[in-house]
Design a protein. Structure first.
Length: 255
């Protein structure tokens, strides 16, 4: 597959969708994180799970080297999808990517043609995060820094063959997110909902609350029991909350 479609794993609905939910994975993650979401969301919501280069179907492609490169390319790939309202969900690194894509959609749209809703999980606002440099660390230090946040089940980095496959992608993603800086980030028109696990060691409440400074559309925080990867064991509760919010969004695409 080539063209804009390579960027998304699409979970189509039986009928034309009322809106689309674009989902952005975490560092080292992939679109499969969201494979069960479509069945849990309203029947008129189409899920587009973002496929970053360098993994799965795009393993032969180089990983993105900067946030600007990644957000620019995803924003361009979303242009054909803007015939319906878009909501964006991002977890961890994906939250920052979703925010930057929202900035571009608002900047290049007309009127209220940006995303209808921004759902950001497991990461503080870009001007409220503490800089780290794990991407420069030795392999064992990088893996330890990641696994202390929690896991999605199992330990893929303990399997030598998987570790060799996964580590370059993880390091590239950490380089991207750790070199991402916005001293004066853009304030969005879209409302923002911030999600977090109540035992996430990598996210501060002040960082989460910092998203309130980056929207004129309203801000809400919702926490769930769990660590950084709360969204796997709490998938049913999280998607139910998202479904309620999506149901309230207008059906018509903004003019």
């Amino acid at each position: 597959m080539t063209g804009p479609g390579i960027w998304f794993r699409r979970y189509p609905r039986a009928a034309a969708p009322r809106l689309r939910l674009v989902c952005f994975p975490h560092a080292g993650g992939n679109a499969r994180l969201f494979h069960g979401w479509a069945a849990r969301l309203p029947a008129d919501v189409e899920v587009l799970a973002v496929r970053y280069p360098g993994r799965q179907e795009r393993m032969d492609e180089p990983c993105a080297e900067s946030m600007d490169e990644l957000a620019d390319r995803i924003s361009e790939a979303l242009e054909p999808e803007r015939d319906r309202p878009l909501a964006l969900f991002g977890h961890s690194m994906g939250a920052a990517v979703a925010y930057e894509v929202a900035v571009r959609l608002e900047r290049h749209g007309t009127g209220d043609a940006g995303p209808a809703l921004l759902l950001l999980s497991g990461r503080g606002a870009p001007h409220r995060t503490t800089p780290t440099a794990l991407h420069r660390a030795a392999d064992d230090v990088l893996v330890a820094g990641v696994t202390r946040l929690g896991t999605l089940g199992g330990d893929a980095y303990a399997v030598p063959e998987l570790r060799e496959l996964l580590l370059p992608v993880l390091r590239a993603d950490y380089r991207l997110i750790e070199t991402y800086r916005r001293e004066r980030p853009t304030v969005l028109r879209a409302p923002v909902v911030a999600y977090l696990g109540d035992r996430d060691p990598g996210v501060s409440r002040s960082g989460i609350d910092g998203w309130a400074e980056l929207t004129d559309g309203g801000f809400t925080v919702r926490s769930f029991p769990g660590d950084h990867f709360y969204l796997a064991p709490r998938e049913a509760e999280l998607t139910a909350d998202i479904a309620r919010r999506l149901t309230r969004l207008p059906a018509a695409r903004p003019a």
